[in-house]
Design a protein. Structure first.
Lengths: 423, 671
C-alpha cells in the first residue's frame, strides 16, 4: 500500500543530484546574464524589462514544465515519440517557408507577443527520443547495416533540414549522436576515422597538401613496417592511405567552394591563419580578452568591464561563458565546467542503470548533446574551435534553448525515476 | 545492459579528456598569459585628449584677426547602423551616393565595431539642418572640432596657417604631438606655436565598446585639465592693413609700416595675398593647390623675403654716414652738371639736366645722383685709393648697423637678410686690390649689389625718425591676458650716428614731399618726410620704392612701400604710402591737392605678364651663376659653388613643393 502510494508520488525515485546540478546551472546562468547585460536603469535582477528578468521567467516556466514532465506517464512519452518527431520535421520545413531571418539563419518561427520558437532546439530532443525508440526495438542492432541505415536516417533528416536554414551549429550537434551509436555497438573505427578526418582537415588547411601527404605516407610506411606479417592489415592501410590522400585534396576544394565565406573566415581565425581583430575576429579576440583578464579569482560579480561595457558581442547568449571567465576567473570556470562534466558523467551512470534500452539510449543521447554544446561553446570563446553559434546549456539567455534542454533532461529524470517499471 | 557495457568508460574517458583540454587552455589564457589583462584595460581605459583651444590673435586695438569656430565631424559605428533613408541622409550631408559608399566602405574596412570619421568638418549651417534629424540615423553621431577662422580675411602672410602635424613634427616634439593634431605651419601660427597651442588636457575614462563614457578611471586620479592657448595682441592696425591690401591688389610688392617709438609693425602687406580662410576646412587641399599654382606666389612673404635695391631711398643713409665720418658737413655743396664721372664711368643725373648748386638737404630733396657719388667717393677715398678696401669695410659696418645685410630678428619665420656685398665679393669679381670707389660707385645711389627687404627699409626710416636708434621690429606686441611684452622689444639699438646729423637729412626728406619728387603725395596738414626710390630691375620695369615717416615732430609711423615693375617711386609707391600714413594718423583720407584718390590706385593693375614674370624669375636664379670669374681655378670653384647654391635653392623649392604635396595627400587620405 505504502509502496503503491510512494510510487504515485511526484518525486519518488527522482535523481536529485541531476536536479540540483540543473538548478545550479540555471542560477549561474541567470546571475551571469544579469552581469553581462546589466542595465543601470533596471538594476533589479527580476525586472521583466531586461533580459535577466525574462530569463528568470523562462527558468520558472522551464521548472514548471519539468515538474509537469515528472507527472506524465512514461508510456505517454514513448508512445508519442514518433508524433513528436513528425511534428518537429514539419516545423523544420515550415520554418524554411515562414521563418524569420535572424543573423543569416532562417531558424525562428514568430509566436507573437515578442516570443519566438526555434524548432531546431526541439529537433535535438525528438531525434534523441526517436533514436532511442528505434534502437530499443527487438532485432535492431547497430551492427546490422539495415538498422544502422535507419538510425542514420533518423539523425540525418532533421540534420539536413537544419542545414538548409542554414544553421551550421545546430547541424553539427547531431554529429554528437555518434557516441550513442558507438555505445550501442558501432565499430570504434568510426570514432578513430572521425578524429583522423578532423585532424587531416585541419592540417590540409594549415599546410600545403603535398607536405601533409608526405607525412601520411611516412606514417603508413612505418605502420606497414611494423605489421609487415599481417597481409590483410596492409591492404587496409594502403586503401586507407589512398582515401586519406583523396580527402586531403578534396579538403581544399570543399574549403574553397562549399563553405560559405564567413565560415571560412571563422576557421581561418580559429587556426590563426588570419587575425582580423577589428572585423571577423573581433568577438573571439574580445572574448579571449574577457576570459583571460579574469585571472584566477575573477573581477567579481558585476565588475567585469569587458562584458558590462559590451565589448563582447552576443555576451548573454552564445558568449555567456565570457562573463563567467571574467567575473569569476579560472576558479569559476573550473566550477562551471566541472558541473557540466559531473552532470554528463552522472547522466552516463544513470543511463547505464536503466533496465530499459529505450531509457539507456535516450540517456546517452542527452549526455552527448549536452556535452557537445559545452565543448563547442566554451571552445569557441577561448579560440579552440571556430565560432559556431550554439548556446551553453541552461546558462545562455534564451527561452527556446532553456526549455528544450529542460525537457531533454527532465524526460531522462522521469524515465530514470521509473526505471523499476518496464516501458 | 548489453554486451557493449564497457564502452561507457571509453565515452566518459573521451569527455574527460576534452574537458581537460578546455581547462588547460583556460589555465593558459587566465593564469599564464598576462597580455589579456592589459588588453582588457586598454579596452575600457580611454585617454580622452581635450585639445586646448588655440589662442586668438587680435590687432593692436583689440579687433579679432583670427579666432576659433566649431565645426562638426560626423562619426559612424557601422554595426549600430540600422536601415535608413540613404538619399535623405546624403541630401542632409550634402554628398552624393558615390561619396557615401566610399566613406561607408572605408568605415567598415577600418572596423564595424569601432567609430570612425564619416564626413569631416561640416559647417555650422549644414550641421544645423542635420542635427535635429541625426537621431533618425542610429549609428551616426557628431563630434565637435575647432578650426581657425578669419573674420576680416586679412594679413594672411602674417597670420600663416595651421595644419595636421607631419610625422617629422611628431618625432621632433618628444611625444607632445599625436597624429591628427594641428600645428602652426607658417607665420605667427608657427613662430608663436607654443604660446598659442596652450596645454592639452587628458581625461582617463572608462568606456564601453561604443566609446560611451561610463565614468572616470581611478576616480580621475590621472586626469589633467586643458589650458587654453594664450591670446596674442598683434601690433597690426587692421584699418591700415585692410587699406594696404586694397591698395596693393593686382600689384606685386609690399607695405611695411612701423611705429618708430616702439618698433611695432602697424601694417604688413604682401601682395599678391590670399584669403586665409581658404587654408581652413574641407576645401583646403584644393585651395592650397590653386595658390601654389599661382605664378606670383602668394606664399612668398615679400615684406621679409623679397629683396630690392633700395635705389635713391638709400641716399639719406649715405649722407648720415658721411656726416658721422666727417667727410662732409651739412653745408658741403656741389655743382651738379647733370652727370657724374667716377673714373671714366658716367653716371647720369636728373635725366641729364643740371641740378645746379646743391647742398646736403637739397641733394636729398632733388635726389641728386652726382652729390651722393661725390660723397661716396670722398668717404671711400679719404685714406687714399690703396685703403679702399679698409674704408669699404668701415662703410659696410656702418650700413650694417642700420640692419641692412642681416636679419632684424622679426618674430616671424622665413626672414631674409637682403644683401650687403662683402669685400670678398668684389675681390672675386675684380681681383684683390683691383677695385676702387669708382668701381663700386653704384652703391652710392643704392644700386648694384645692395639689396634690402621692405622690412629693412621701413626700419631704416624708424632709425631716421628716432634720430639714431631703432627698436627691434615685431608683429606681436603683447602676449596673453597680462599683455606681457618681451624685454628685447624695449631696448634701443643705436646705429652709431650722432643725433645732430639727422636734422639736415630730414630737412631734405621733408622737402622731397613738400616740393620734391613726391610732391603729388603731400598730405594736407601732415608733415611727412620721405624719399622716393627706383629700384633697378634688370629683368623688367623698375620697382617703385618709397620710404617715409610722419609727422616730422614726434613721428608716429615709418613706412616702406615697394610696388614691383612700376617705375619711379613717386608714381606708385609714394601715393600708396601717403594714403596709409594719413589713414593711420587721421583715421580718414582727405582730398588731395594733386587729385590722387585711393580708388585709382586700388583699381590699377600693375601685374606683369605672367609668362614674362616666370621667365624673369628663372633668369634671376640663373644669373647668380654668371658672376665674372677671377681666375680659371677660382672660376671652376665659383661655378661649382654657384651651382651648389642654386641647387640648394632648388632643393629648398622642391622641399617646399614636396611638403605641400604631402599635406595635400594627407588631407585626401583624411577625407
Amino acid at each position: 500500500m505504502s509502496n503503491y502510494n510512494s510510487q504515485r508520488s511526484f518525486f519518488f525515485n527522482v535523481d536529485w543530484i541531476m536536479v540540483f546540478i540543473y538548478l545550479a546551472l540555471c542560477t549561474i546562468g541567470w546571475f551571469n546574464i544579469h552581469a553581462a547585460v546589466f542595465d543601470e536603469k533596471h538594476p533589479s535582477i527580476i525586472d521583466l524589462n531586461t533580459n535577466y528578468g525574462k530569463q528568470f521567467m523562462f527558468i520558472i516556466i522551464s521548472m514548471t514544465v519539468g515538474a509537469f514532465i515528472l507527472l506524465l506517464e512514461t508510456r505517454v512519452i514513448t508512445a508519442l515519440t514518433p508524433a513528436f518527431y513528425g511534428i518537429t520535421l514539419l516545423l523544420l520545413m515550415l520554418v524554411l517557408v515562414v521563418g524569420r531571418n535572424v543573423g543569416g539563419n532562417q531558424a525562428w518561427i514568430s509566436l507573437g507577443g515578442g516570443f519566438r520558437l526555434q524548432p531546431s532546439e526541439f529537433a535535438k530532443l525528438t531525434t534523441c527520443l526517436l533514436l532511442a525508440r528505434y534502437l530499443s526495438g527487438t532485432n535492431v542492432k547497430v551492427t546490422d547495416l539495415r538498422s544502422f541505415g535507419v538510425a542514420l536516417a533518423i539523425i540525418g533528416v532533421p540534420m539536413f533540414l537544419i542545414m538548409l536554414q542554414p544553421d551550421m551549429g545546430s547541424t553539427l550537434v547531431f554529429l554528437s549522436l555518434v557516441f550513442v551509436l558507438y555505445r550501442e555497438g558501432l565499430s570504434p573505427y568510426f570514432l578513430v576515422i572521425g578524429f583522423l578526418f578532423i585532424a587531416l582537415f585541419i592540417s590540409a588547411i594549415l599546410y600545403p597538401p603535398l607536405y601533409v601527404i608526405a607525412v601520411i605516407i611516412g606514417i603508413t610506411l612505418f605502420l606497414i613496417f611494423l605489421f609487415k606479417r599481417n597481409k590483410k592489415l596492409m591492404v587496409t592501410l594502403i586503401a586507407g592511405l589512398a582515401i586519406c590522400i583523396a580527402f586531403v585534396f578534396s579538403v581544399k576544394f570543399i574549403y574553397n567552394h562549399v563553405l560559405q565565406p564567413h565560415q571560412k573566415v571563422r576557421i581561418d581565425i580559429m587556426l590563426g591563419i588570419k587575425s582580423d581583430l577589428r572585423g571577423k575576429g573581433y568577438n573571439v579576440n574580445q572574448s579571449k580578452i574577457a576570459i583571460g583578464s579574469g585571472k584566477l579569482w575573477g573581477k567579481g560579480y558585476l565588475h567585469g568591464t569587458q562584458t558590462k561595457y559590451a565589448f563582447v558581442p552576443e555576451q548573454s547568449t552564445d558568449f555567456i561563458f565570457c562573463t563567467v571567465g571574467e567575473e569569476w576567473g579560472f576558479a569559476g570556470s573550473v566550477v562551471v565546467i566541472g558541473l557540466y562534466l559531473f552532470l554528463v558523467l552522472r547522466i552516463i551512470m544513470v543511463a547505464e542503470r536503466q533496465r530499459s534500452p529505450f531509457s539507456r539510449v535516450y540517456g546517452y543521447g542527452v549526455a552527448s548533446v549536452i556535452f557537445f554544446h559545452v565543448m563547442i561553446n566554451v571552445g569557441m570563446t577561448i579560440g579552440l574551435v571556430p565560432v559556431i553559434g550554439i548556446p551553453l546549456p541552461f546558462i545562455s539567455y534564451g527561452g527556446s534553448s532553456l526549455l528544450s534542454f529542460t525537457i531533454l533532461l527532465f524526460i531522462l529524470i522521469k524515465l530514470d525515476s521509473n526505471r523499476m517499471g518496464i516501458v | 545492459m548489453n554486451s557493449f557495457f564497457e564502452r561507457r568508460y571509453v565515452i566518459a574517458g573521451i569527455f574527460i579528456s576534452i574537458v581537460f583540454v578546455l581547462l588547460v587552455r583556460l589555465f593558459y589564457i587566465q593564469i599564464i598569459d598576462q597580455r589579456y589583462a592589459i588588453y582588457a584595460n586598454n579596452n575600457v581605459r580611454r585617454e580622452i585628449i581635450h585639445n586646448a583651444a588655440r589662442g586668438p590673435i587680435l590687432d593692436r586695438n583689440g579687433k579679432v584677426l583670427v579666432q576659433n569656430v566649431p565645426f562638426y565631424d560626423i562619426m559612424v559605428i557601422p554595426k549600430q547602423v540600422k536601415s535608413f533613408d540613404t538619399v535623405e541622409f546624403c541630401r542632409l550631408l550634402g554628398i552624393d551616393k558615390a561619396e557615401f559608399d566610399k566613406q561607408w566602405n572605408k568605415a567598415i574596412k577600418y572596423s564595424p565595431y569601432l567609430s570612425s570619421v564619416f564626413e569631416k568638418q561640416l559647417s555650422i549651417t549644414t550641421y544645423a539642418s542635420l542635427q535635429e534629424r541625426l537621431s533618425e540615423f542610429p549609428g551616426f553621431y557628431s563630434a565637435t572640432r575647432y578650426l581657425r577662422t578669419y573674420p576680416d580675411s586679412v594679413a594672411a602672410q602674417f597670420l600663416g596657417y595651421i595644419g595636421e602635424v607631419l610625422d617629422r613634427d611628431i618625432k621632433r616634439s618628444n611625444g607632445y604631438y599625436h597624429p591628427g593634431d594641428y600645428i602652426g605651419i607658417t607665420g605667427v601660427e608657427k613662430s608663436y606655436e607654443t604660446t598659442l597651442r596652450g596645454q592639452r588636457g587628458v581625461e582617463n575614462l572608462m568606456v564601453d565598446s561604443k566609446g560611451k563614457p561610463k565614468g572616470h578611471y581611478a576616480n580621475g586620479l590621472y586626469d589633467t585639465a586643458a589650458v587654453a592657448g594664450q591670446r596674442l595682441t598683434s601690433s597690426l592696425d587692421i584699418n591700415i592693413q585692410k587699406l594696404g591690401e586694397k591698395l596693393m591688389q593686382n600689384k606685386l610688392g609690399s607695405i611695411v609700416a612701423i611705429e618708430p617709438s616702439t618698433g611695432e609693425i602697424l601694417c604688413y602687406v604682401s601682395s599678391p595675398t590670399y584669403d586665409p580662410n581658404l587654408m581652413v576646412g574641407r576645401e583646403r587641399g584644393n585651395n592650397a593647390a590653386k595658390l601654389y599654382a599661382n605664378v606670383y606666389n602668394p606664399f612668398f612673404i615679400r615684406p621679409i623675403q623679397a629683396k630690392y635695391p633700395p635705389g635713391s631711398s638709400f641716399k639719406p643713409l649715405s649722407a648720415l654716414i658721411a656726416l658721422q665720418e666727417g667727410v662732409i658737413t651739412p653745408t658741403t655743396s656741389y655743382y651738379c652738371p647733370g652727370y657724374y664721372y667716377a673714373g671714366n664711368q658716367r653716371i647720369p643725373c636728373n635725366k641729364g639736366e643740371s641740378h645746379g648748386l646743391v647742398n646736403l638737404s637739397s641733394a636729398v630733396a632733388k635726389s641728386c645722383n652726382g652729390y651722393f657719388c661725390m660723397v661716396f667717393q670722398k668717404l671711400l677715398d679719404h685714406d687714399g685709393a690703396k685703403q679702399t678696401e679698409n674704408t669699404f669695410i668701415n662703410w659696410r659696418a656702418n650700413v650694417n648697423k642700420f640692419g641692412l645685410g642681416s636679419k632684424l630678428g622679426l618674430d616671424m619665420p622665413g626672414e631674409g637678410r637682403g644683401n650687403l656685398p662683402t669685400p670678398l665679393h668684389y675681390d672675386n669679381i675684380y681681383k684683390q686690390g683691383r677695385w676702387r670707389s669708382s668701381t663700386i660707385i653704384s652703391l652710392a645711389i643704392g644700386q648694384g649689389e645692395l639689396e634690402a627687404t621692405p622690412l629693412q627699409l621701413a626700419n631704416l626710416e624708424c632709425t631716421i625718425a628716432n634720430h639714431g636708434y631703432y627698436y627691434k621690429p615685431h608683429l606681436i606686441k603683447a602676449i596673453g591676458a597680462q599683455n606681457i611684452i618681451k624685454k628685447e622689444y624695449t631696448e634701443r639699438n643705436y646705429v652709431g650716428i650722432d643725433s645732430q646729423y639727422f636734422e639736415p637729412v630730414i630737412n631734405g626728406m621733408q622737402a622731397v614731399v613738400e616740393d620734391g619728387t613726391a610732391i603729388r603725395s603731400k598730405i594736407p596738414g601732415i608733415i611727412m618726410c620721405g624719399k622716393t626710390g627706383t629700384a633697378q630691375n634688370p629683368h623688367g620695369e623698375d620697382h617703385s620704392v618709397f620710404v617715409a615717416f610722419a609727422p616730422r615732430v614726434n613721428p608716429k609711423i615709418a613706412i616702406a612701400v615697394v610696388v614691383e615693375n612700376s617705375g619711379e617711386g613717386a608714381h606708385w609707391a609714394a601715393p600708396i604710402a601717403s594714403f596709409i600714413v594719413e589713414k593711420y594718423l587721421k583715421g580718414t583720407i582727405s582730398e588731395r591737392e594733386s587729385g590722387i584718390t585711393v580708388d585709382y590706385y586700388a583699381n590699377a593693375n600693375r601685374l606683369p605678364d605672367t609668362a614674362l614674370y616666370l621667365h624673369h624669375t628663372m633668369m634671376k636664379k640663373k644669373s647668380k651663376t654668371n658672376i665674372p670669374q677671377k681666375t680659371q681655378k677660382d672660376s671652376v670653384n665659383k661655378q661649382l659653388k654657384g651651382e651648389k647654391s642654386v641647387s640648394r635653392k632648388n632643393k629648398k623649392d622642391t622641399a617646399a613643393k614636396v611638403l605641400a604635396a604631402q599635406y595635400l595627400k594627407k588631407e585626401e587620405e583624411n577625407e
